[in-house]
Write a protein that binds this ligand. Structure first.
Ligand SMILES: Cc1ncc(COP(=O)(O)O)c(C=O)c1O
Length: 353
């Protein structure tokens, strides 16, 4: 997206208008100007809303604010559209990706959907390699977007809806073979600094601007660590005292030093139990926090019912930790979380029975 478009679609285009809803008092409502004409779907990526989760906080009698960045409103219904666009645009610009060349990537579904969209727009064949442990909605969405979806069997004892480090190793091997076979470009989302850059140059600055610099802490669950590292790099640059809480599924808490070999959990897109996470930067972490599946699920459901925000399990994890923090060390402060992807991607699971 070009800079002028970014500026026009940013919060500079927001205007306050009187709230006429009964019972809401003088709460100001934001009247948004529609974004200008886009050149393609790529211009619809990013510039997502940041909203205060007032009811969730108020209903629990807590002091402080939780601000949710609604990344599920991206075209592929997740924050990974930003990464896909950043990686492909840079690779095309510096010649690592040639016009018409195939792209292969390992995905839990969200990066793959982003890549399917971006590759469709730029005219690259895209092959998504995904574990059968991820939900079927993701595979269908990528296929609908023209991707070739290669589903990899889970390791022995694997459970549908739960992807382990062992499952991911099998997916990696398949991707490795496909890259050689098809002469493809591989974005390497676990290794690529472009993954962090998408969040350092877009998500972080958007949050800072939308929150008008009122950010005390950021709480985010980790997969590749791209979102956490990118956003925290920017927030710390703006205010070095911003606290960062990196979340891991309790059953795959390897960054916190737990032994999680073979551990399974339901928080898709996160907690791969990899000790080698090149995008993990401990200097940006105030505290490592763990969350279990049931708590994350419960808060995803509460977010839908109480705030009308229909998101996935990892969003429930982020919210749950933010609430714990408001009840503890961040009492009275403002915590930003990411609503990572849409609840629609979980309809085949027991998240929303
Ligand atoms: C739903 C969901 N939540 C959280 C994450 C973790 O984000 P990151 O890879 O930036 O650490 C992912 C990554 O794929 C995801 O798909």
């Amino acid at each position: 997206m070009n800079d002028s478009l970014l500026a026009e679609r940013g919060s500079a285009g927001l205007k306050s208008a009187p709230d006429t809803r009964e019972g809401e008092g003088a709460t100001p409502r934001l009247a948004r100007r529609p974004p200008p004409l886009g050149e393609s779907i790529l211009d619809a990526i990013g510039n997502t809303p940041l909203v205060e989760l007032r009811k969730i906080v108020r209903n629990r009698g807590l002091e402080g604010r939780i601000l949710g960045k609604l990344e599920y409103l991206n075209p592929g219904s997740s924050k990974k559209d930003r990464v896909a666009l950043e990686v492909i645009r840079r690779a095309r610009a510096d010649g690592r990706l040639q016009p018409g060349q195939a792209v292969v990537e390992v995905t839990s579904g969200n990066t793959g959907t982003g890549l399917a969209i971006v590759c469709a727009a730029y005219g690259h064949p895209f092959i998504a390699v995904m574990s059968k442990g991820n939900t079927v909605e993701r595979a269908r969405q990528m296929a609908a977007l023209g991707a070739e979806v290669v589903l990899v069997d889970q390791a022995a004892g694997g459970l549908s809806g739960q992807v382990s480090g062992c499952d991911l190793e099998r997916v990696e091997q398949t991707a490795f073979e496909l890259v050689a076979e098809r002469g493809a470009f591989r974005p390497y989302q676990f290794e690529s600094q472009d993954n962090c850059l998408a969040h350092e140059t877009q998500t972080g600055p958007e949050i800072w601007e939308q929150a008008q610099g009122q950010v005390d802490a950021f709480a985010m669950i980790s997969g590749t660590c791209g979102t956490y590292t990118g956003v925290m790099r920017y927030l710390r640059r703006m205010n070095p005292s911003v606290r960062g809480y990196m979340i891991e599924p309790a059953r795959a808490a390897v960054l916190a030093g737990a032994c999680a070999d073979g551990a399974r959990h339901k928080i898709q897109g996160t907690g791969y139990a990899r000790r080698d996470l090149p995008l993990f930067d401990r200097t940006l972490v105030t505290e490592l926090v763990q969350i279990d599946d049931a708590e994350a699920e419960e808060m995803a459901r509460a977010l839908a019912v109480e705030e009308g925000i229909f998101a996935g399990i990892s969003t429930g994890a982020n919210l749950s930790v933010a609430l714990r923090l408001l009840a503890g060390p961040e009492k009275g402060n403002t915590i930003v979380i990411i609503a990572c992807d849409s609840g629609l991607k979980y309809l085949s699971t027991d998240l929303y029975p």
